[in-house]
Design a protein around this ligand. Structure first.
Ligand code: 4AZ
Length: 481
């Protein structure tokens, strides 16, 4: 029987030399051979054929003296180094959590003129200009950071300068927590300067005026806390508008903590939740006048915040109640009231004020708006412990005043929202609560106060809300904002 032939890798035949220590003749027993592959030493190997007759015991043989202590130590060290580097790489790119890095940026825009309305943060002019600046920043940083490092920018102030407009804005990025704020700052500056030199931008930023300083999350929060209508998650990330639309179905859905941070529950001591209300400053709330038909004594009322009535996240007593002097319970006209807290609230991710709309705000019919509250989810049902939300659509006063709808009962101080087919609506216990609208910068405005309606969710009987924009002067006359 002819011997089986195998393939082995040999360097000796190539070089023609006989190694003293690792030479072929002395080597065949000292080599580590696995699957016909020679692992040590691993220099200039090439396949050769050999027979089992010539090398009968060559496979799987290991000479103990090959693993002398130095080789063993070097081998162990090499393996440890490889494992160490692999762990390091994995930790850096996968395990290391991303962390938010915040910066305050200021710069001068020279190709626009300052307008007086830029000084009013709820004005359309401020919102439009800020949106344009934020879009530009997003374009610059999204492109260079491949979309995933830049989170958001937010203009906090526009002020006049002799040759244009000074912009103050917060920039938010997410980088691995192992990164460092100063290094990221250098990267941001470089990206911006490159962009200023190479891109056709709609606004001319004066390069010399550009300043950027890292902000810790507390400073960033304090800066944004002085703004209204901003929602944040517990990790100080902006809460996207989509999170509220995705979860809307055929009715109302339970809200997350912090999703509607201006929502309050107005409770009569001993009788529990009566109405909703909306935080508009750290001491003032807006609600409906009809909530106080039963009791107007501030000492009998408390206000709570958070996504559940019990337990509340924050609780305050009421110092003053201001009911609109022309509230008429028969016609529901001027159904608006102000509540002052005895002690101010601290703004947080859970408690935040909503913006009041400019008196000029116009929402076309079918605009998506959101109503929230602890009210009943079926007609004449009990109020709810967990906050609920529903997306509804604005309906013009002309349509709402139709004979088959509310037959002329809708005045200019009222706003209808819901659906003509019914189903999604506010209900008993939602009264006084907010109807809010997010602008294109994702800033939320209180456009309505839940006021009245014929039953709940009936076809052709949408919810009727107090039109807040109509009461801007009344609010200003009472609390100066
Ligand atoms: C109420 O009684 C009430 N469907 C609130 C809202 C609506 C109806 C009634 C709107 O508080």
């Amino acid at each position: 029987m002819s011997p089986r032939r195998r393939v082995l890798y040999d360097e000796q035949e190539e070089s023609g030399k006989d190694f003293m220590v690792m030479g072929w003749k002395s080597l065949d027993r000292s080599r580590l051979i696995i699957n016909n592959c020679l692992l040590f030493p691993f220099i200039y190997c090439r396949p050769v054929e050999f027979s089992e007759v010539e090398y009968p015991e060559v496979e799987n043989q290991r000479r103990p003296q090959f693993w002398d202590p130095i080789r063993l130590a070097l081998f162990t060290l090499a393996i440890a180094a490889i494992i160490g580097i692999a762990i390091g790489i994995v930790t850096h790119f996968v395990v290391a959590d991303d962390k938010s890095f915040y910066y305050l940026a200021s710069f001068k825009v020279t190709n626009i003129k300052y307008k007086e309305k830029y000084g009013i943060r709820t004005s359309r002019e401020f919102a439009e200009r800020s949106h344009q600046i934020e879009r530009m920043m997003s374009r610059i940083f999204r492109r260079f950071t491949r979309g995933h490092r830049f989170i958001k920018s937010h203009v906090v102030n526009l002020s006049p300068s002799e040759d244009g407009v000074n912009v103050l804005m917060v920039l938010m990025f997410r980088y691995p927590s192992t990164d460092n704020a100063e290094r990221i700052k250098k990267r941001i500056e470089k990206l911006l300067y490159t962009s200023l030199n190479t891109n056709q931008l709609p606004l001319t930023i004066n390069k010399q005026s550009f300043r950027i300083t890292p902000l810790d999350s507390k400073k960033m929060r304090n800066l944004l806390n002085s703004r209204c209508g901003i929602r944040m998650t517990s990790s100080n990330m902006p809460l996207p508008a989509s999170s509220s639309t995705e979860r809307i179905m055929k009715g109302s859905k339970i809200a997350m903590e912090g999703e509607w941070p201006w929502q309050a529950s107005l409770q009569l001591i001993g009788a529990g939740h009566q109405c909703g209300a909306s935080l508009i400053s750290n001491t003032w709330l807006l609600t409906a006048a009809h909530c106080f038909q039963r009791n107007k004594d501030p000492s009998q009322w408390i206000v709570t915040f958070g996504a559940s009535v019990k337990p509340p996240a924050v609780k305050r007593s009421v110092g003053e109640i201001i009911i609109h002097e022309n509230y008429h319970k028969d016609t529901n006209e001027n159904d608006i009231a102000l509540i002052q807290l005895t002690t101010q609230v601290e703004y947080s991710n859970i408690v935040q004020r909503v913006c009041l709309p400019d008196s000029s705000i116009k929402l076309p019919p079918k605009t998506s708006v959101f109503v929230t509250g602890f009210g009943s989810i079926v007609d004449d049902g009990p109020t709810q412990n967990k906050l609920r939300q529903a997306r509804v659509e604005t309906i013009s006063n002309d349509v709402c005043n139709r004979k088959d709808v509310y037959d002329g009962m809708i005045t200019s101080g009222m706003l209808c929202a819901g659906f003509m087919e019914g189903k999604v609506d506010a209900c008993k216990g939602d009264s006084g609560g907010p109807l809010v609208y997010p602008d294109n910068r994702d800033i939320w405005y209180l456009v309505g106060i839940v006021s009245w309606g014929q039953s709940c969710g009936l076809p052709n009987k949408p919810g009727v809300y107090t039109r807040v924009a109509q009461y801007r002067d009344w609010i200003a006359s009472k609390i100066g904002m």
